[in-house]
Design a protein around this ligand. Structure first.
Ligand code: GLU
Length: 420
């Protein structure tokens, strides 16, 4: 994202710093700390894909399992030109804490391919996905590691993964991946789950902070699956959505956007950056615009020490994974900003992924109403646990969420014991 900082930014450094900050409140042994900081396994694959012009092109992909103690690993697959091992490693670790915080029976994983999916035709993307799936098939399975969508992937890509894996096995195996189309074992509500969960947790934080939705202005960075649904849901709750953006740039209107109309515009034009009746702003300007709630829902590392001093929101709801750098967050915490940390804020996605996996394994499917009711209950239960821990320990929300998540993983390690 902010190109000035990409080179020296390390997502893994941020993930480690967040972990170490929380560990101070847990009195863990050093050997356990070292264990928890270390990814269990990391697979790097280089593979060829035949492009539409007949030429062959090499691609690099990853699948990292951070921790498998609480169950099969879970985590998305990202297609993005900046994908690298350091990033996937951090994202895998965040999944461990996210799943533990939500009490899902999973460890953490992440995968990705270094590619700009927008530059590829659909056929190229399908061949790339099938080949990548084959390359990582030594790691994925319904019992071992279950991928899902992330930045740059979608239900269609998940369908190709499911199909490829099923062809290798000789029978259909829907539970190997979540976020699939409904017709092949996907779950009701999975597409909207992450954005809707952002709304549930953000509204709950606003309630605790005494913020009235009708008086609240919201800026959302990113208009993909997470940002667009988060914006829509916050708007449906009566908040005024004053700034939105996608990769091409942002739009601002102090009177507030009709989010459904912006979504319609995006469908027609492929971007929201040219939406009429709005001032054009940059993504950097969006992050520092005058608003009450800021929802970064794009990539990690966007709120760094250069951006943070200009941020005016009093509540930051992390739709993206790791949108704040360590330095950026320090500045904001000093200013008294409240965070709904990523591992809580965007956990709606993996939670409904869990529901999808359970439904696939049972071959019995739930209604949309059941999905959202269960999702809401789980998110609010865990929100309360995090909020109370933050009050008790007098720490910020992220540190509170981490202490809960880490202690659950530690308990599992201790109960199981170290093999052999
Ligand atoms: N990629 C999403 C995340 O970062 C979803 C993962 C999943 O559903 O397994 O949480």
């Amino acid at each position: 994202m902010s190109t000035a900082t990409t080179r020296r930014y390390s997502a893994s450094d941020v993930a480690r710093a967040q972990f170490l900050r929380a560990v101070r409140y847990l009195h863990l042994r050093d050997d356990l700390i070292e264990y928890l900081l270390t990814p269990k396994r990391e697979l790097i694959v280089h593979f060829p894909v035949i492009m539409d012009d007949g030429r062959m092109r090499m691609f690099t992909g990853y699948r990292v399992h951070h921790n498998t103690v609480k169950g099969p690993t879970k985590g998305g697959i990202r297609y993005h030109p900046d994908v690298n091992l350091d990033e996937i490693r951090a994202l895998a670790m965040w999944m461990t804490w996210k799943c533990a915080l939500m009490n899902l029976p999973y460890g953490g994983a992440k995968g990705g391919v270094q590619v700009d999916p927008k530059q590829l035709s659909k056929n190229e993307l399908r061949r790339l996905t099938r080949r990548y799936t084959t390359e990582i098939s030594i790691l994925i399975s319904p019992e071992g590691d279950v991928p899902a969508p992330d930045v740059g992937t979608n239900p269609e890509v998940m369908a190709w993964i499911m199909d490829t894996y099923s062809m290798h096995r000789g029978y259909s195996t829907p539970a190997v991946v979540t976020g699939k189309p409904i017709s092949i074992g996907g779950s009701q509500g999975r597409i909207e789950a992450t954005g809707t969960g952002v709304m549930f947790t953000t509204m709950e934080a606003m309630r605790h902070l005494g913020m009235d939705p009708a008086e609240t202005t919201v800026a959302v960075q990113g208009f993909g699956n997470v940002g667009s649904i988060a914006a829509l849901r916050m708007w449906e709750q009566g908040c005024k959505i004053i700034a939105l953006s996608d990769v091409n740039g942002g739009i601002y209107n102090s009177r507030g956007f009709h989010v459904r109309d912006v979504m319609r515009y995006q469908k027609e034009h492929g971007t929201i950056s040219t939406y009429p009746e709005a001032d054009a702003i940059t993504n950097a300007e969006l992050l520092t615009c005058r608003c009450d709630v800021l929802i970064p829902a794009a990539l990690e590392g966007v709120i760094d020490e250069l951006v943070a001093p200009g941020v005016k929101a009093r509540l930051i709801a992390e739709g993206a994974n790791g949108p704040c750098t360590t330095e950026g967050e320090e500045i904001l915490l000093d200013k008294g900003v409240t965070f709904v940390p990523d591992i809580l804020c965007n956990a709606g996605g993996v939670t409904v992924s869990y529901f999808e996996w359970v439904q696939d394994l049972q071959g019995f499917f739930w209604t949309e109403a059941e999905i959202f009711e269960r999702l809401r209950r789980l998110l609010l239960e865990n929100f309360r646990a995090v909020w109370e821990t933050a009050q008790e320990k007098r720490v910020d929300m992220r540190t509170a969420a981490y202490t809960l998540a880490i202690s659950r993983v530690v308990e599992a390690i201790e109960v199981r014991g170290i093999y052999p």
